[in-house]
Design a protein around this ligand. Structure first.
Ligand SMILES: *[C@@H]1O[C@H](CO)[C@@H](O)[C@H](O)[C@H]1NC(C)=O
Length: 281
C-alpha cells in the first residue's frame, strides 16, 4: 500500500475509534448535570473519566442525575484521593432531597491521613431517620486503582456491593420505615467533611495537600425512572434481587474482618433501645 493511502486508512480508523469511544462513554452529559469543579477526560481504553476536584475555594463538586428513580441498580468505578485525604468525603448516593422526611441510600468514603484506612460508610435514610450506618475498612487501597461500587434498591431490600462482593443487605420490614415512595436523584459528590469524617472530626483537611481529586468512570444504571419506564428491569434482574447463602457469606466475612461501626451495636447512641430492625433477622 502506498504511504498516502495507508495514512488515509489510519486516519479513518482513528476517527471511527474516537467516535465509538465518545458515543459509548459520554454518560456524564447524557445522564447528569454538574456543579462545582468537574473535569472530564478519557483513560487509555477510551472510557470517559469524570474528576471531581476540591480545594479551599472551590466548594463542593459533584454531578447529579437529570432523572429521578424509584428502585434500580446503580454502579460506578471510583478511584479515590491519593495521599492525605483526611477530612474529605467522596460519595456515590441516592437522595430524595433535603426535606425533613427524606429518603437516602449512601456510599460515602471518609478520607484519612496518608497510609491510614479510608472508611466506607453505608447508610439508609427512611422518612428522615438515617442512623443506620455500617462502616467498613476496605481490604485494598481504594486510591491505587478503580474499584466498582454498587447499590441495588428494590422493594425487598437494599444491597451494597464492593467489586464482586456484597457487604450489606438492608431488609424491608412491613411495619418499619423503608425507602419505597419518594423518587431519588443519584449524586456523586466530593466535599469538606472535616467536622465529622475523620476520627470523628479530630483530623481536619490540610489544604496544603489540595487540590483533592476523585475519579469516576463506567457509570451504569438500570432503574425505574420516576413517572416513566423501568429500564431493563427484566426477569431475574435487580428488581427481585436478594442475597443467596454464598453472598450472605461475603457479608459475614466483611462484617467479621472489616466492620468498624455498626449502629445496631451502639447502645450509647440509642439509650431508649436499639432500632427495631436490629432485633430481627
Ligand atoms: C483513619 O485512621 C485512624 C487510625 O488508623 C482510624 O482510627 C480511623 O478509623 C480511620 N478512618 C477515619 C475515617 O477516621
Amino acid at each position: 500500500m502506498a504511504p498516502r493511502s495507508l495514512l488515509a486508512v489510519l486516519a479513518v480508523a482513528a476517527l471511527a475509534f474516537l467516535h465509538a469511544a465518545s458515543a459509548k462513554s459520554s454518560w456524564l452529559d447524557r445522564r447528569f448535570t454538574t456543579d462545582g469543579t468537574v473535569r472530564t477526560g478519557y483513560d487509555d481504553s477510551g472510557q470517559q473519566v469524570v474528576m471531581l476536584r476540591l480545594d479551599q475555594h472551590s466548594g463542593a463538586a459533584g454531578f447529579n442525575s437529570k432523572e429521578q428513580y424509584l428502585y434500580g441498580e446503580f454502579s460506578v468505578e471510583m478511584k479515590l484521593i491519593r495521599g492525605n485525604s483526611a477530612g474529605t468525603v467522596s460519595c456515590f448516593y441516592l437522595s430524595s432531597g433535603d426535606g425533613d422526611g427524606r429518603d437516602e441510600i449512601d456510599m460515602e468514603f471518609m478520607g484519612n491521613s496518608s497510609g491510614q484506612p479510608v472508611v466506607l460508610n453505608t447508610n439508609v435514610w427512611a422518612s428522615g431517620d438515617g442512623k443506620k450506618e455500617h462502616q467498613f475498612d476496605l481490604w485494598f487501597d481504594p486510591s491505587a486503582d478503580y474499584h466498582t461500587y454498587t447499590i441495588i434498591w428494590n422493594p425487598t431490600n437494599i444491597l451494597f456491593k464492593v467489586d464482586d462482593l456484597f457487604i450489606r443487605s438492608f431488609k424491608r420490614y412491613a411495619d418499619l420505615p423503608y425507602p419505597s415512595s419518594r423518587p431519588m436523584t443519584l449524586h456523586a459528590t466530593l466535599w469538606d467533611g472535616s467536622y465529622w469524617a475523620t476520627e470523628k472530626g479530630r483530623v481536619g483537611i490540610d489544604w496544603s495537600d489540595a487540590p483533592f481529586v476523585v475519579s469516576y468512570r463506567s457509570y451504569y444504571a438500570s432503574a425505574c425512572v420516576s413517572g416513566g419506564a423501568c429500564r431493563a428491569a427484566g426477569s431475574g434482574g435487580w428488581m427481585n434481587r436478594q442475597l443467596d447463602s454464598a453472598e450472605w457469606g461475603t457479608v459475614r466475612w466483611a462484617e467479621r474482618n472489616f466492620m468498624r461501626y455498626n449502629y445496631c451495636q451502639d447502645g450509647w447512641r440509642f439509650p431508649q433501645g436499639l432500632p427495631a430492625e436490629c432485633a430481627r433477622h
